[in-house]
Write a new protein. Structure first.
Length: 656
């Protein structure tokens, strides 16, 4: 029996595609099942499904109008039953106006009364989970997904949050998640011998959704699994409790090339690859995959791949969308008579609008545009890079391993610097990298765990000094610790034992414009974090707007005025003021203390509700400059942490 399978990723922002769902997609396609992938709000998915039903019905009644062209308005009418959107639908142009109107209103009622819950479609629904602080949106997705599956026992939840908060999810939703990896046969279907975790990824599902993952063209794979460490701040010991020092990869690499074409970069998701006694063999395999020093990549003919997979009936929905995007994106690159010839074919086979595109027409048109497409598509060679994306453990680095790493096109080399106790080993590792001409490095700098604010400053300062001494680049990315389990794991509000709410907000304000990137220069570092630890610790108490709009407040004299008030307090007054500031709540300040000198200081924290245009323009320029760096370097974008995903001060709208 062919099953209808729905894969869902909740509507949160994430850098990497859902690798688990991509493997599950491969699994079900091997079994002959029909697979659909969706990322987003389930309510939108349901409305989209109903809209498709409506368009199919009214198209059968009156095929003289391309109703699909009006899908946005049909969808809005079904959702809101709005007369505004109804007027955009050309119902009056149809001879079957009465029937069309009846169908539209019936389905609007069908949606409003939630009758679709009685006509569930999917034999099995999977919901992926990611970070625990996406608790609310993930729980809502799981509960909403219950109405999409025929049998509630076939609603399967897995992933990171499912493995860390297994009991909490079951208590909240009634669904018992799968914890850990799908690394044994029969976990999804009793008696089936396939091991899902060993399967290659189904890249095609990514073309089913509008969401763009910033990873671009890349292989996602593991050479090892798990970690030999049991760090208290890390989820890996629970997610992947058994360290597997070598995983077969070459066959999956070949399979991906055959079906989806070669990819530019290699993103290894290993959690501690250097711990493997087979590290030298792993480097050889990476080189055998084409990732040698100076290797270049020429994009394969993606349209040819899409057409091939359409002919083979591999995910028609995805490859229709992909083929259309490829064909239309090339229109601006074609010159002369070829442009008209190309356009005429697209027009003849109705390929100029996605609403009109049919699989058969794509297949028929391709031989007619094949030579033009091949001539004008981008064939510029690009450098290939390898990214040990989760970072390498400096405690395992030695001369031989760094020499091996230098033999592949590593970019960047990520070396973990999770706590100040790693200082000596970390410095030694960076020195070895420089010795072997690895000059682009980055790392996450964990804070808000058991560290003190001064520890964060020292680690960032060490990177600045290494950059100057060794002539390399190190981009640092401070990453706020969030507990792995319990109530504190369900949000981003956790405050570590040596931190407070104002400290956290100050760090976020410092990194506000650069989206969490600490650039590898002393000038930036000392301006942002202070010239020494004392300056840094004082800066943590500075009003937030004074940190974000540093230039304006310094030039206007306001920063110096605040500093004078702050430093004029005696020890007892300063302790009292710091206790108030630490809570980062400046409402009703006159009720927080009777000391007028402290009240005068707290007035600085009220700040204007709206800043002058001149400083808003300066901030926007800084944001644009930051995005130029990010957009020019995929690996930079991939390293930006969740702390800055929803930062209101760095929204891109209007800054392009």
């Amino acid at each position: 029996m062919i099953r209808q399978i729905l894969l869902i990723e909740p509507n949160y922002k994430n850098k990497y595609p859902p690798i688990g769902l991509m493997k599950i997609a491969t699994y079900h396609r091997l079994l002959g099942d029909r697979v659909t992938f969706y990322k987003g709000d389930i309510e939108d998915f349901i409305i989209g499904e109903i809209t498709e039903q409506v368009i199919d019905k009214i198209s059968n009644i009156d095929s003289t109008i391309n109703w699909r062209r009006y899908s946005v308005h049909i969808k809005s009418f079904i959702k809101n039953r709005s007369s505004k959107h109804y007027t955009y639908i050309p119902v009056g142009e149809s001879r079957e106006e009465v029937f069309i109107t009846s169908i539209l209103t019936d389905y609007a009622d069908y949606y409003r009364k939630k009758k679709y819950r009685d006509e569930l479609k999917y034999d099995r629904v999977y919901v992926a989970t990611l970070f625990t602080f996406y608790w609310d949106i993930t729980i809502k997705t799981i509960n909403d997904a219950k109405f999409l599956v025929k049998d509630i026992s076939q609603l399967i939840v897995g992933g990171v949050m499912a493995s860390l908060l297994t009991n909490e999810i079951e208590l909240e939703t009634g669904i018992k998640p799968i914890a850990g990896l799908l690394d044994r046969p029969g976990l999804l279907d009793h008696g089936n011998t396939l091991i899902i975790d060993d399967l290659s990824l189904d890249y095609s599902i990514l073309d089913e959704v509008d969401y763009i993952y910033p990873t671009q063209s890349a292989y996602f794979t593991f050479m090892t699994k798990g970690c030999t460490r049991t760090c208290a701040f890390c989820s890996v010991p629970k997610l992947e409790p058994t360290y597997k020092p070598h995983i077969e990869t070459i066959s999956k690499f070949v399979e991906i090339n055959d079906r989806y074409g070669e990819q530019q970069n290699l993103l290894l998701m290993d959690n501690n690859i250097l711990a493997s006694p087979y590290f030298e063999e792993i480097i050889t395999e990476i080189q055998d995959m084409g990732f040698i020093k100076g290797a270049t990549f020429k994009e394969p003919n993606q349209l040819e791949i899409a057409i091939k997979n359409l002919i083979s009936t591999i995910n028609d929905r995805a490859y229709i969308r992909r083929a259309y995007a490829l064909i239309t994106n090339l229109l601006n690159n074609i010159k002369g008579s070829a442009a008209q010839e190309y356009y005429d074919v697209l027009d003849q086979y109705r390929l100029l609008h996605i609403e009109d595109v049919k699989k058969d027409n794509l297949i028929k048109a391709y031989p007619l545009i094949k030579s033009i497409y091949e001539k004008y598509r981008n064939k510029t060679p690009k450098f290939r890079y390898v990214d040990f994306n989760q970072g390498v453990d400096c405690r395992y680095i030695d001369e031989n391993k760094m020499k091996l790493i230098s033999q592949i096109p590593i970019r960047p080399l990520r070396i973990a610097f999770d706590y100040i106790g790693l200082k000596d080993k970390y410095i030694k590792a960076v020195e070895l990298a420089a010795k072997y001409n690895i000059t682009e490095l980055s790392n996450y700098i964990l804070y808000n765990f058991t560290d003190k604010p001064a520890d964060l400053y020292k680690r960032l300062q060490i990177n600045v000094e290494l950059v100057e001494r060794l002539g390399i680049h190190i981009y640092s990315f401070p990453m706020k610790y969030i507990p792995l389990t319990g109530e504190a794991a369900k949000s981003r509000e956790h405050i570590g034992p040596h931190w407070n709410r104002k400290y956290i907000r100050s760090i976020q304000a410092i990194l506000n414009v650069t989206k969490g990137i600490v650039a590898p220069g002393r000038k930036f570092f000392e301006k942002a974090f202070g010239k020494n630890i004392d300056e840094f610790l004082e800066l943590l108490y500075m009003p937030e707007s004074y940190i974000i709009y540093r230039k304006y407040y310094e030039e206007s004299g306001k920063t110096a005025e605040w500093r004078t008030h702050f430093r004029s307090l005696n020890k007892d007054e300063l302790d009292e003021a710091k206790d108030i500031i630490a809570k980062n709540d400046f409402s009703l300040i006159e009720h927080k203390t009777k000391n007028l000198r402290i009240i005068n200081l707290l007035n600085f924290y009220l700040g204007p509700k709206k800043h002058p245009k001149i400083i808003e323009d300066e901030r926007k320029k800084q944001v644009r400059d930051t995005y130029k760096v990010i957009d020019s370097n995929t690996f930079m974008d991939l390293t930006i942490t969740y702390d800055h995903e929803h930062n209101d001060h760095t929204k891109r709208v209007g800054f392009n």
